[in-house]
Design a binder for this molecule. Structure first.
Ligand SMILES: [Zn+2]
Length: 275
């Protein structure tokens, strides 16, 4: 056999293995995982740590439990600065993250590989540009997301915001909304969307973003956390927090934006809250 022939056989085998992994192995592995019962203790953690879970109809609660089970099996959790990641922490983070995909596709999180959890807000040295001068600034963060599949969270912020019903902030939803935004390769405040939906998104979100920035320039109060006005990617992440945490407020202030997010997440948190 010539070296070229051996190489061709090797290449075909490699392609076949890749196709198997991409299309069959992952599905097979997930089906096997879901044959395991959902632990009773996890169900309790979901009820206490994810307030919206209790409002979901039973079939959606089941879908969320399935996604949480896969999430915990597949993602790596790391405690930082001595923080100990236990099941309550894993279920709380997975439960909130999967609220964004429970009616969409869990596959949206395929590229998320690791979640780093700090006990409290943490300091980072971030590069900062001022005109031609590039320096380093000391920043305090509650969380961050990277397009390389990493999410960082401060547990104190999860407990004081995300796990409290009606709280304005939910750092878990915020960082995982960024992950959805990254799916099309750019952090531009628009996740991957189809034709008509993309056009509508562009029009409505641009108008709402400009309105927010304008109202912040001219008034001291605004309808959204001012952090949402820093750039379109933060606008989408902060809107996602408000959509799930304070749906009535968002629907009242920005009904068109609310409608877009309802169509995108395929959930109506305001209706669930009334139900
Ligand atoms: Zn952000």
């Amino acid at each position: 056999m010539s070296p070229a022939f051996i190489f061709a056989i090797f290449a075909v085998a490699l392609i076949a293995l890749s196709v198997f992994y991409l299309f069959f192995y992952r599905t097979w592995r997930r089906e096997r995982e879901l044959e395991q019962p959902f632990p009773k203790a996890w169900r309790k953690h979901l009820q206490t740590a994810v307030p919206l879970y209790r409002q979901l109809p039973p079939p959606l609660q089941k879908s969320l439990r399935d996604q949480v089970q896969l999430f915990i099996a597949e993602k790596n959790f790391y405690g930082c600065d001595g923080f100990e990641v236990d099941d309550r922490v894993r279920v709380a983070i997975a439960g909130h993250a999967c609220l964004l995909t429970v009616k969409r596709s869990y596959g949206d999180y395929d590229s998320v590989r690791s979640i780093l959890v700090y006990p409290n807000v943490y300091r980072v040295q971030a590069p900062e540009r001022d005109g031609m001068v590039v320096g380093v600034s000391d920043q305090v963060r509650a969380g961050e997301a990277s397009s390389l599949g990493q999410v960082v969270l401060a547990w104190s912020e999860c407990e004081s915001g995300a796990m409290q019903r009606g709280s304005q902030h939910n750092v878990i939803l915020h960082e995982f909304a960024h992950q959805l935004d990254y799916l099309d390769g750019s952090a531009d405040g628009a996740p991957p969307l189809g034709g008509e939906q993309a056009k509508e998104w562009q029009e409505i979100m641009t108008t709402a973003y400009d309105h927010l920035r304008h109202s912040l320039r001219h008034r001291s109060t605004s309808w959204l956390d001012p952090y949402g006005a820093t750039k379109p990617a933060e606008f989408f992440a902060v809107l996602t927090e408000t959509f799930y945490q304070q749906p009535h407020h968002l629907k009242e202030q920005q009904p068109a934006v609310y409608g877009l997010l309802r169509d995108y997440y395929r959930l109506d948190p305001e209706e669930l809250a009334q139900g």
